[in-house]
Structures are given as structure tokens and as C-alpha cells.
Design a protein around this ligand. Structure first.
Ligand SMILES: Cc1ncc(COP(=O)(O)O)c(C=O)c1O
Length: 414
């Protein structure tokens, strides 16, 4: 049984002074029974909530923690920079060092500019594409998440029709709908923006079909538009050179954030020389965008990612988890669908309206000490070992048993 007294007390206090108690996707009200809202500390792939319950973490802070929480090399680099200065009148040496490493690591990158959040980076990409082409229309896949500002937020509260006037939607991986959207944009096409793969919440993930990726590139080339890959969620987990290296298609602009500083707040846009002038014309800035601590943390993160061949390591443990869950699903006779890259697992139950099975599974796994998510893609980190995957599979065993029990006790058809 999980303790939750402190969590309950903090929720009560928060409700009075924070509307809804918590905003956005991290509101624990959106999670199954028993999930904590507040956390006390984290180390490696372990996470402790404010009541002292310990979990093996398969959300990794919703992506940023790629090397494991509180990675010693990253934290040492951050501490060293903190002792010197963080938020100064301009950037420190770390910015140049980081830019050099990113240009050296990311295949399409001739230059890089830094921001704070993924939304900053995707918005800068779209603005730079418009500035560089002198056009307005941007093609966006229906259901893809690119951030929480009016041009792309999934909620329409506070958004005007004018905010979306030049956004045209298409279906991810659907060549005909991509072509139709490009036709609609005509000679006003500024950009096509695509996530690294289809990782929309609550549905099966899809890798980009090579023909789809190639067509997106061709349409941009023919129209003189920019191909933007939003690598905010997948960046550095699939391929250090950029996720679309795997399909052999290079973007003009890419948005990065989450994993680049292993949990320190940082985002980046990388681009080709074609957009070098445009990015200098756009007025991009933010009070904290050149803070040095997160940049020093990112230099250390990239050095470790490169040294440890991080994507391959996460692929190995992710594959173990996928095979283990598949075997358990067969043994319990409870079918699941596992989709997308193994480093970013999505596990959905067959015939599961309202994610009731997924929620029962996750609540039971949580009680057994493993933090899964019932309908969002999860994240592996370099810190997950084979023993941690073993622990996850033990918790999954409890999860499948709970689904079976809930099925047995559910009222049958009349
Ligand atoms: C693909 C993608 N793009 C953009 C964003 C926005 O990033 P942020 O929440 O840091 O603004 C996210 C966040 O989850 C994302 O997954």
C-alpha cells in the first residue's frame, strides 16, 4: 500500500493558491488512482514521491532525463558553472562550446540557436521559415503536439481563428493528404512541420514511412519551403544525428529541447545555411535563454550521450522490456499493442475504451514500485539496467493480474 498523506496535504494547499491544483499535462488528476502529484527527489532511474514511496521511473520527467536523474557528470558541470555565474548580461563560453558540439553532432546542422522550452524552439522554427521564405502557410499533422501557444496548442480556449489562419492540417504518414495540404497552400507554402515519429497521446505510435518523409522533403524542395522536424520529444533517443537520419531525410530546421541538458531547462533550433540569414533577421530572445548553467549541463550531457552510444543502450533495454511485456501479455491472455521505437514505449490494451485496463495495470504496477503511463509514450534512459527492466516486469505481472481481476469482477452483458 502506498502512503499518500503528504501528497494529499500538498494537493489541498495547492488547490487554494494554484488554480486546479496543477496545470497542464502534469496534473495527476489525469492519471490513474494512486498516482502522486508531488515528488521529493530522483536519482538514476529511481524517483521518490513526497511520502517516500520509491518508483522505477519510466517517464523520465516526460522525456528530459535521458542519462538518468541527477547524472554525476552533468551535475558536476552544472555546479562548476553555477559557482561562476548563470544568468549574466550575456552568454558564457559554454554557449559557443555547446553550439560547436551540436553542429558536430546533428547531421543537418550548420548553426544552432538556443531557447528554453520546446514550444520556443518549434515557434522559432516556424517564424524563421516564414521569414526566410516570405510565405505564410505551415502544414501541421492533425493531432501532433508542437507546444502550448496559440498556433499549435491542442486546447482551443483563448485561441482565435486568426491565430490558426495559416495552418493547414494533414494526416501523418498519409501522402495524399500531405499533397492535398500542399496544393491548398500553393505558392504560399512556408513550411511543413513534422514530429520525429507519430507519438500522439492515446493512440498507437507510427514511425515515419520513408515514402512519406521523402515526399515531405520533395514538396518543400519544389516549393522552396522549409522542412521542419520537431525532435523535441524524440531527440537524442533514436539517433544522435537527428531522428530522421533513420529514414535518410534531412530537414532544413529542427526543434530540440527535453533531453539536451538531461533535465536542465534548455531548447535549441538547428538549421542549414539556407536559413542562416533568416534566423538572424527574426528577433528571438528571452530573459533566461542564454543562462550558462543549463548550457554547461548540455555540453556534459552531449559528451556522455556520444561516449556511451546512448541510443543503442536504450534500444537494448527497451527491447527487453517490450519482449518481456509481450510474453506476460500472452501468458495472461490479455492482448496489448506495443508501438513505436522501443526507447519510447507505448503500451495500449486491446478493447480498452476509457483506458480502464491500462489504468488498472498502471495502478497495480505503481503499487509494486514502477511508474508507467497508461496512454502516453514512456521513456527509457541510459540509467535503466537489465535489473530495472526485471523489476518493471515483476510489477507488470501484478498489473496484468489486476486487469484480469477487474475483468472477472466487471458486470457481464445482460
Ligand atoms: C514533439 C513536441 N514538440 C514540442 C513540445 C513542447 O515542448 P515544451 O513542453 O518544452 O514547451 C513537446 C512537449 O512535450 C513535444 O513533445
Amino acid at each position: 500500500m502506498l502512503h499518500n498523506d503528504r501528497d494529499a496535504a500538498l494537493r489541498e494547499r495547492a488547490r487554494r493558491v494554484v488554480p486546479g491544483g496543477m496545470w497542464g499535462h502534469m496534473n495527476a488528476a489525469n492519471l490513474p488512482d494512486g498516482y502522486p502529484q508531488f515528488f521529493a527527489r530522483a536519482q538514476g532511474c529511481r524517483l521518490w514521491d513526497v511520502d517516500g514511496n520509491e518508483y522505477v521511473d519510466f517517464m523520465c520527467s516526460w522525456g528530459p532525463v535521458v542519462l538518468g536523474h541527477h547524472h554525476p557528470e552533468v551535475e558536476e558541470a552544472a555546479r562548476r558553472q553555477e559557482a561562476l555565474g548563470d544568468c549574466m548580461n550575456g552568454p558564457g563560453e559554454a554557449m559557443v562550446e555547446l553550439a560547436e558540439i551540436m553542429v558536430d553532432t546533428v547531421a543537418h546542422a550548420d548553426w544552432v540557436q538556443f531557447q528554453k522550452n520546446g514550444t520556443d524552439a518549434t515557434t522559432v522554427c516556424v517564424t524563421v521559415a516564414r521569414a526566410g521564405t516570405g510565405r505564410r502557410k505551415v502544414l501541421v499533422a492533425r493531432g501532433s503536439y508542437h507546444g502550448a501557444v496559440p498556433w499549435c496548442t491542442p486546447s482551443l480556449a483563448g485561441v482565435t481563428a486568426e491565430d490558426r489562419a495559416h495552418i493547414i492540417q494533414f494526416e501523418y504518414n498519409d501522402l495524399a493528404s500531405l499533397q492535398a495540404a500542399a496544393d491548398q497552400a500553393g505558392d504560399d507554402l512556408a513550411a511543413i512541420i513534422v514530429t520525429a515519429f507519430r507519438h500522439d497521446v492515446g493512440r498507437d505510435q507510427e514511425l515515419p514511412a520513408p515514402a512519406f518523409a521523402r515526399r515531405a522533403r520533395e514538396l518543400c524542395d519544389r516549393a522552396g519551403a522549409a522542412l521542419i522536424v520537431d525532435d523535441v520529444r524524440a531527440g537524442f533517443r533514436l539517433h544522435l544525428g537527428g531522428s530522421w537520419e533513420k529514414v535518410g531525410v534531412r530537414p532544413d530546421l529542427s526543434a530540440w529541447s527535453k533531453s539536451i541538458a538531461n533535465g536542465h531547462a534548455l531548447a535549441a533550433v538547428t538549421g542549414t545555411d539556407r536559413f542562416r540569414d533568416a534566423v538572424t533577421q527574426v528577433f528571438s530572445t528571452g530573459s533566461f535563454w542564454c543562462s550558462s548553467v543549463s548550457m554547461a549541463a548540455a555540453v556534459a550531457t552531449l559528451n556522455v550521450l556520444r561516449r556511451e552510444d546512448a541510443p543503442a543502450r536504450m534500444e537494448r533495454t527497451g527491447q527487453m522490456l517490450r519482449e518481456g511485456l509481450e510474453a506476460l501479455s500472452h501468458r495472461h491472455g490479455i492482448p496489448i499493442r506495443q508501438t513505436g521505437p522501443v526507447q519510447m514505449p507505448m503500451v495500449l490494451f486491446e478493447d480498452d475504451p476509457g483506458y480502464r485496463k491500462g489504468s488498472a495495470f498502471c495502478s497495480a504496477a505503481l503499487r509494486a514500485g514502477v511508474y508507467f503511463h497508461p496512454r502516453h509514450n514512456m521513456f527509457l534512459s541510459v540509467a535503466h539496467t537489465e535489473a530495472d527492466i526485471g523489476r518493471a516486469l515483476e510489477a507488470a505481472e501484478a498489473g496484468f493480474a489486476a486487469v484480469k481481476k477487474a475483468r472477472g469482477s466487471a458486470p457481464g452483458p445482460r
